[in-house]
Design a protein around this ligand. Structure first.
Ligand code: SF4
Length: 360
């Protein structure tokens, strides 16, 4: 009897959930570009409002093929991929969420593509579902907290009439977002300890082994480093080789800002600062064995950051820098060969250094 009661309860929960799922509005979030920066913030926000967030799958061959066919030829590879993710979601959702985020800094901005993309997609594909495209720019329009609250309410009223629920979702999502960043960025103290080999991030490396692992700084846009398909699984390849990686996403913001303050001009592309600051830090401190920079083909900011990184590395040659440019035509075998050659070079340099220490 008890069992029956229990199973009835379960099925009634199932029915309620199904009903909730059926009635919940579906918001499509393309797993590309700003998704990798803001997924925690917006996913928690919409879900707390009762919406169902549908994220496109990690980039795959089908998405790439659709992207290449549908996006303008002159777009950078990352923007092209965005098209494939949007078209994947097109018929599966009630709304598409494409934030037009420009800047959360007084002077520095993100790539202008982030701002125009929603409108471009809407004009190229008129049959897309309605696009939620909040715009935020501290640098260009002096936006601040009031703007954020306005955005939260204008989005929130599409899902509920209850302003307290919107406020609750907003506060909850911001807390999670902050926590996410606290977990992602390492502190200056952690960086120093990592540089002194006191711990490793790669769990497959034995810390009891006396020989230090190869350490590589992997720098690039978060939507490249974390997208295995577009980066041709470079991160995974390095981890499989038991290389210890630190990424530009992890570096303390204070370290990046310290490096940027040494430039005699303002590098005003926000995410390029992260990339260049990381390169400059490791060239100066020589605490990694190599730097691997992932550059997106036809990316404007990368063409500046990449050129500067390459000039700085010619001045400070103790840490080798490998720059790999990625686009839809880059072959995995070509990248693997260059990566293997880079690791060989690092190994030879390490051996030479060790020999120099033994027989000065
Ligand atoms: S920063 Fe570069 S890679 Fe990113 S969207 Fe802009 S042009 Fe493309």
């Amino acid at each position: 009897m008890k069992e029956k009661h229990f199973s009835e309860k379960i099925s009634s929960i199932g029915k309620t959930e199904n009903k909730r799922k059926k009635t919940a509005l579906r918001v499509g979030f393309p797993r590309s570009l700003l998704y990798y920066k803001f997924h925690v913030l917006w996913t928690v926000f919409f879900e707390t409002l009762g919406a169902e967030v549908i994220v496109s799958p990690p980039t795959n061959k089908e998405i790439k093929d659709v992207s290449v066919k549908s996006a303008p030829d002159e777009d950078c590879y990352s923007t092209k991929l965005y098209f494939g993710h949007v078209l994947y979601l097109k018929d599966k959702v009630d709304y598409l969420f494409i934030p037009r985020f420009s800047s959360d800094h007084k002077t520095d901005i993100s790539c202008p593509k982030f701002i125009g993309l929603a409108e471009v997609l809407r004009s190229m594909f008129p049959d897309l579902p309605p696009i939620l495209m909040p715009y935020y720019s501290k640098a260009k329009d002096g936006h601040g907290n009031i703007r954020l609250i306005r955005i939260a309410f204008s989005l929130g009223f599409k899902f509920t009439r209850n302003p307290f629920r919107i406020l609750h979702s907003f506060v909850k999502s911001f807390r999670r977002f902050k926590q996410y960043h606290d977990d992602l960025y390492i502190s200056e103290d952690e960086l120093r300890r990592w540089e002194r080999n006191e711990f490793v991030f790669n769990k497959t490396i034995s810390t009891t082994n006396k020989t230090n692992p190869f350490k590589i700084a992997l720098v690039g846009h978060s939507y490249v480093i974390n997208d295995s398909y577009s980066s041709l699984s470079i991160k995974e390849m390095l981890l499989a080789e038991k290389v210890e990686i630190i990424t530009s996403e992890q570096l303390p913001r204070s370290v990046i800002e310290h490096q940027m303050s040494k430039l005699d001009f303002n590098m005003y592309f926000r995410y390029e600062r992260e990339i260049l600051g990381t390169v400059m830090h490791f060239l100066e401190n020589e605490t990694v064995d190599g730097i691997l920079q992932l550059i997106v083909f036809s990316c404007g900011p990368d063409s500046i950051g990449g050129e500067m990184a390459s000039r700085f590395s010619r001045r400070k040659q103790n840490v080798p820098l490998l720059q790999l440019t990625l686009d839809e035509l880059t072959s995995e075998s070509g990248v693997t060969t260059r990566l293997e050659a880079f690791l060989d070079l690092i190994e030879r340099r390490k051996k030479l250094k060790e020999n120099e220490i033994i027989c000065p």
